[in-house]
Design a protein around this ligand. Sequence first.
Ligand code: VIB
Length: 227
Amino acid sequence: MTVSSAVDLFDRLATEAADEWAAYVDHTFVQQMGRGTLPVASFRHYLVQDYLFLIHFARAYALAVYKGQSLDDMHAAFGGLKAILDVEMDLHVRLCAGWGLSAAELEWAPEAKATLAYTRYVLETGLRGDLLDLHVALAPCVVGYAEIGTRLAASPSGLAAGNPYRSWIAEYSGDTYQEVAAGARATLDRLAARGMTEQRFPQLLTTFRQACRLEADFWQMGLTRAD
Ligand SMILES: Cc1ncc(C[n+]2csc(CCO)c2C)c(N)n1
């Protein structure tokens, strides 16, 4: 049986994994960014690790090029890879500079265990499986930040002039990032519509759940400045 697309795949995964999803998008780190009370040292620790995360995220898109089943798939993944390498990394390095982190500090930072666990889990899931497995592993990361941005922008102090994290919130709640997230959801639906069988759903849900847990651990690592 092929899965009906009455409910999109992302919504189905997030509904079934509601606890893990909530623990990720409503983590203490996120709440404190919204209120502007997050310690600067925690945010800086997070930014350094996010630099390392983004490098592996680019590798995951390179894997998506390799796992493509058509030239269209390969072009779509290549577009994502190019955007990260040509645009996102530069933006991130500039954001870090604004928080007093030099390019050398980013380059030489040791990778925290939470960064290692999350990024290698995504890559391994993609290596072992097909393009749908890989995109399900990537979905919490891409779509979750859009939800977090939207929630924080609507919160009382999210975009207040005195909130030091307002530009981060503005970035992820902005139209450009919201479109990236909508694209990730559409990709999941496109891949599922190719004939995903209902039998695959439990395995995909396990992957989605794990990725949410690893995202929550990533926030926790930032909060506690864990190595
Ligand atoms: C731990 C962590 N999870 C998700 C994102 C969000 N994100 C992932 S890739 C990317 C670039 C464009 O797709 C963005 C913004 C992040 N930065 N760090």
